[in-house]
Structure formats: structure tokens, C-alpha cells
Design a protein around this ligand. Structure first.
Ligand code: NAP
Ligand code: GDD
Length: 363
């Protein structure tokens, strides 16, 4: 019998990679999607299967984290071996505008799933998508023992969800693990997160479709990794003998300014001619510096990311240039072929589906 996994947030960056990875491991994959008036499954197009096909192993179910009704049904009826809870209002700046909604989905959403597990009485393994944003103003490097001091409604909601996960582990012996992930990026990153906002703008400026890029704080420092490597570690966490909490990150820090410089210079552009500061992107409270100490994951999960900062920039710029129908500089693809020739490859329809949708969006 193949293992069965249930994913919330399957339509997001991480959910789409994790679904792809689990299918490559012969899992049956079920995903929760929100009803929308337009298609919101672009990131899944390459793995979507008609459920009428008897060989189909990917199934999508409507539901929402703000309501327990469908979560209870799915967990009770599917009895998944593993649940990866990735769904969330995940944008930090948006959480300042929508703190109550963020608390409901990003915080209480976790409790709804944990309660559904407890009440259904099923034996399952639970992964909570915790975040380095929980560390907030705690000085780097941050590891599993670093105190939390969140600096946004999003961070505060994630701290609540983190502790609920720990509590269900201790109180009800649920196999529940927190992955405390530092920023991880890819060509599938949402367009309003800073890395993708930059690489998409670089591509459009390169193509002559845009002149300026408006950003907020260029001095914030982040530990940026490559998303497909992080979803592999999520899976590893649920294969351990015991549940636990793990920090994932590269251990390298770079500022937003460095990301800008690297992305523009890779496309042979002078960023000073195009980047302007717009105060509307400056947050009421900022997280200044996040750097992971991921030694526990290295030791216990044998996990170490291999794709570096400069390489992520190249992979993302290349993909965004190709999305506009132009030939890219090509280093990104070579890097992936050399260093990530596993379940995910840039030349598959995976990226083509995203490219096509993107091209339609900008034309
Ligand atoms: P993402 O691309 O923003 O995806 C979020 C997912 O959650 C989407 O599938 C979204 O559905 C879904 N969602 C949002 N609100 C929902 C609701 N009310 N009901 C059901 N589904 C809902 O995020 P990501 O980058 O893949 O991150 C995955 C998880 O890891 C998130 O919990 C995030 O907070 C956390 N995390 C991310 C990072 C990172 O650097 N990427 C680091 C640490 C932690 P739609 O497609 O319909 O919007
Ligand atoms: N989004 C955005 N847009 N960020 C900007 C901009 C801009 O125009 N200009 C500067 N920044 C700065 C932000 O102030 C922040 O310091 C940094 O760029 C990174 O912002 P995001 O890419 O939005 O990511 P984040 O670090 O706030 O949050 C992401 O990582 C968390 C893990 O640390 C999200 O993926 C969260 O869901 C995740 O938990």
C-alpha cells in the first residue's frame, strides 16, 4: 500500500514542490485547495491528474483553514499517514493589514487540524510549517533553543501555532514536528515576496517592459535557501523515530541590497538606474537579521543545502527571463542540472506551465 499524505497549502510554493517530491516517492497525495473564481492551481499543472484516471495519485479537495468542517472530514475519512500543514496567510507585510485574518488562518488553522487529529483518533504524523520570523529581534545565529520575539502579526500567529504543535505532542502524544524554516525561494515564489519581486522586475526591465522597481528596506538580512531542498527535509522530519523541532537554513546571511546587486548584475543591468525606495513597503516593525544555525538538522536529518545564494539568484532570473519568451543567460539551468538532478528538473513541463501562465499574465 502506498503511503497517503494530506497537504494544506498545496497550491503554494512549498506545497507544489512537496507534492511533486512525494509523488516521486510513490505516495498518494491529497491536497486542500481554496475555492476561487479563477484557477489557483497553476503551480500544480504539471502533476495534475484527472481523478477519473484509475492510476491517479493526486487528489484535490476544497476547504479552508478558517473552518474546521472540511478539515475534520478529510482527516477522518482519508486517515492520512502524514499531514503536512503548509497553508497560511504567509505574507508578513499583509499581516499588518490583516492581523485578525492572519491569526485565524495562520494561527488557529493549526489548532483546527490538531484537534481534528485528536478527535478522529487516527494515527498520523503532523508537520507544522513554523518560521524563522518567530525569532524576530532575537540576535543571530538562531537555532532551536533561541527565544522567540516575533515582530509581526504573522510571526506572533506562527509562535502560537508552534506551541500548539508542541502541546499536542506532549499532551496527546501526537507525532507532531515543527520545521522552523528560514527563507527559501525558487522560480515558484509568490511575486510579492522580495526575491521574486526583484527577479521578475529584472526580467521585465531586461525585456524593456518596465523601467523602475520600488522596494522598501534594503538593509534587512536574510538566510535565503532553495525551496526544493527544504521540502525534502520536511519529509525527513516525519520519517524520524521521534517527533521534534528542527531549524533549516543555509547559515549564510545576505542583505536585500546584495540580492538586488546580484540579480541586476547577472542580467548586465545597473541597479542604481532602476531601483527606488517607496516607504509603503517599509514595515511598522522589521526583522533585521536572520541567520540559521541548522546544525541539529545536519546531524539528525543528514540535511545540508547545496544550492548557494548566487545560484538561487541565477536560477530565478533565468526562469523569469524565459517566462517572457526570451533566451536566458543559462547559468541557472546548468547549476540545477549539476547540483539538483533528482526529482525536480528545470526542463520539465514543471517550469513550462509556470512560464506559460506568467507570460499570459504579463502580456
Ligand atoms: P505560499 O506560497 O504563500 O502558500 C501558502 C498556501 O496557503 C497557498 O496554497 C494558499 O492557497 C494557502 N492558504 C492561504 N490561506 C488559506 C486558507 N485560509 N485556507 C486554505 N489554504 C490557504 O507559502 P510558501 O512559501 O509555500 O510557504 C509554505 C508555508 O511555510 C507557509 O505556512 C509559510 O508561512 C511557511 N514558511 C515559509 C517560508 C518561506 O520562506 N517560503 C519560511 C518559513 C515558513 P492559495 O494558493 O489559494 O492562496
Ligand atoms: N516583500 C517585500 N517587498 N519585502 C521587501 C521589499 C518589498 O518591496 N523591500 C524590502 N523588503 C524586505 C522586507 O522588509 C524584509 O526585510 C525582506 O525584504 C524579506 O521580505 P519577504 O521576501 O517579504 O520575506 P519575509 O522575510 O518577510 O518573510 C518570508 O520568510 C519568512 C521566513 O523568515 C515569508 O516567506 C514568510 O512566510 C516566512 O515565514
Amino acid at each position: 500500500m502506498p503511503k497517503r499524505a494530506l497537504l494544506t497549502g498545496i497550491t503554494g510554493q512549498d506545497g507544489s514542490y512537496l507534492a511533486e517530491f512525494l509523488l516521486s516517492q510513490d505516495y498518494e497525495v491529497h491536497g486542500l485547495i481554496r475555492r476561487a473564481s479563477t484557477f489557483n492551481t497553476t503551480r500544480l499543472e504539471h502533476i495534475y491528474e484527472d481523478p477519473h484516471n484509475p492510476a491517479a495519485r493526486l487528489f484535490l479537495h476544497y476547504g479552508d483553514l478558517s473552518s474546521g468542517e472540511q478539515l475534520n472530514n478529510l482527516i477522518y475519512n482519508l486517515e492520512p499517514d502524514e499531514i503536512y500543514h503548509l497553508g497560511a496567510q504567509s505574507h508578513v507585510m499583509v499581516s499588518f493589514d490583516m492581523p485578525e485574518f492572519t491569526g485565524d488562518t495562520t494561527g488557529l488553522g493549526t489548532t483546527r487540524i490538531l484537534e481534528a487529529i485528536r478527535r478522529s483518533g487516527i494515527k498520523t504524523r503532523f508537520y507544522q510549517a513554523s518560521s524563522s520570523e518567530m525569532f524576530g529581534s532575537s540576535p543571530p545565529p538562531q537555532n532551536e533553543g533561541t527565544p522567540f520575539h516575533p515582530r509581526s502579526p504573522y510571526g506572533a500567529a506562527k509562535v502560537y501555532a508552534y506551541w500548539m504543535t508542541v502541546n499536542y505532542r506532549e499532551a496527546y502524544k501526537v507525532f507532531a514536528s515543527n520545521g522552523i524554516l528560514f527563507n527559501h525561494e525558487s522560480p515558484r515564489r509568490g511575486e510579492t515576496f522580495v526575491t521574486r519581486k526583484i527577479t521578475r522586475a529584472v526580467a521585465r526591465i531586461f525585456a524593456g517592459k518596465q523601467k523602475n522597481l520600488y522596494l522598501g528596506n534594503l538593509e534587512a538580512k536574510r538566510d535565503w535557501g532553495y525551496a526544493p531542498e527544504y521540502v525534502e527535509a520536511m519529509w525527513k522530519m516525519l520519517q524520524q523515530e521521534e517527533a521534534g523541532d528542527f531549524v533549516l537554513g543555509t547559515g549564510e546571511e545576505h542583505s536585500v541590497r546584495e540580492f538586488v546587486e546580484e540579480a541586476f548584475s547577472y542580467a548586465r543591468l545597473d541597479w542604481r538606474k532602476h531601483v527606488e525606495i517607496d516607504a509603503r513597503y517599509i514595515r511598522p516593525t522589521e526583522v533585521d537579521c536572520l541567520i540559521a544555525d541548522a546544525s541539529k538538522a545536519r546531524r539528525e536529518l543528514s540535511w545540508k543545502p547545496r544550492i548557494t545564494f548566487n545560484e538561487i539568484v541565477r536560477i530565478m532570473v533565468d526562469t523569469d527571463i524565459e517566462a517572457l519568451g526570451l533566451p536566458s543567460f543559462g547559468e541557472g539551468k546548468t547549476i540545477l542540472e549539476k547540483k539538483f538532478d533528482r526529482w525536480h528538473q528545470p526542463r520539465t513541463v514543471v517550469s513550462r506551465a509556470v512560464h506559460d501562465a506568467e507570460r499570459q499574465a504579463v502580456e
